[in-house]
Write a protein that binds this ligand. Structure first.
Ligand code: FES
Length: 294
């Protein structure tokens, strides 16, 4: 029996892109340059979306794309060239912070995500150039050429949007990688380990059912967080302990997200979601018990 030939779909191409090493050198150089340029601090945290608790890039991209799609609708209806110009300009202006936030997130991703992200960036830069050209042509009174460039720009932006979706939903870039913790630990108190087995001031990991925990004995008490970093699941127990504004924090060893040990809140990105935290108590026989903080 003849085997059916299956044509490669867009998702197959995106999967292939993840594995292609062809662009690894420029990716490495660019990611390093971005990390050095936008060093740790308030700007980087803003661009990641730490203050809002969600990545900043997706909502900005929605505004930019929304403007450009609206331009196409107005063009197709052959109506209101003034409004089309205003929307084009808004989209082009919005693309700048969108790109800055996206580039900042991209610089701290896994290589497979960066490969897809690199092509996502190239297609979106192409779209931006085409829409900018369209705006210039329209301002010069060349409506026909302007409309044609907008349509080409929308095509490039669609490819870019598809790849962005692949990164977010297939590769889980920007997702909360500790979200499942709450579903894997039954409510109530659970025995963890004897307190005497824990070293003072050095985080260790302990298993609770399906999940790994970050456990730190310090200052006469015990703090427990989920060990998976919410950014990309890095092992927090291997991170550095630091004091930020007088508060003990742990810095993820993979991309430097910093979490407050007392409540798991994010001090610095790229993570935007907090680390799940556990309440602790010590039984009379010295066994530490934990329960998820809801
Ligand atoms: S895994 Fe990226 S900062 Fe923790």
């Amino acid at each position: 029996m003849k085997e059916k030939v299956r044509l490669a779909g867009p998702v197959d191409l995106a999967d292939k892109l993840e594995k292609s090493r062809a662009m690894d050198r420029p990716i490495r150089v660019l990611a390093k340059a971005v990390r050095e340029k936008i060093g740790p601090g308030r700007l980087r945290d803003w661009l990641h979306g730490v203050p809002t608790g969600k990545p900043l890039h997706p909502p900005l991209a929605t505004v930019t794309l929304g403007c450009w799609v609206s331009v196409a609708v107005l063009d197709l209806m052959n109506t209101d060239p003034k409004a089309a110009k205003a929307l084009l300009a808004a989209g082009v202006a919005g693309a700048v912070p969108t790109a800055a936030a996206g580039l900042t997130d991209w610089s701290s991703l896994h290589r497979e995500q960066q490969r897809v992200g690199f092509v996502h960036m190239v297609t979106n830069l192409t779209a931006l150039s085409l829409f900018s050209g369209s705006l210039l042509l329209r301002m010069a009174g060349r409506q026909g050429g302007g409309k044609a460039l907008s349509m080409l720009g929308l095509g490039a932006a669609t490819v870019g949007g598809y790849l962005g979706g692949h990164m977010a939903y297939r590769q889980a870039a920007g997702a909360n990688h500790a979200e499942q913790v709450a579903h894997l630990v039954p409510l109530g108190w659970h025995d963890l380990c004897p307190i005497k087995d824990l070293p003072e001031g050095r985080p260790v990991t302990r298993r609770l059912g399906y999940i790994q925990l970050f456990v730190l004995r310090h200052g006469g008490g015990v703090s427990v967080l989920a060990d998976r970093c919410s950014h990309l699941a890095g092992p927090l127990h291997q991170g550095r302990l630091v004091i930020e504004n007088g508060e003990p924090c742990v810095v993820c060893p993979w991309h430097g997200s910093t979490f407050r040990i007392a409540d798991g809140s994010v001090k610095h990105g790229p993570a935007t979601a907090p680390a799940p935290t556990f309440e602790t108590r010590v039984r009379r026989d010295g066994t530490i018990q934990v329960r998820p903080l809801t």
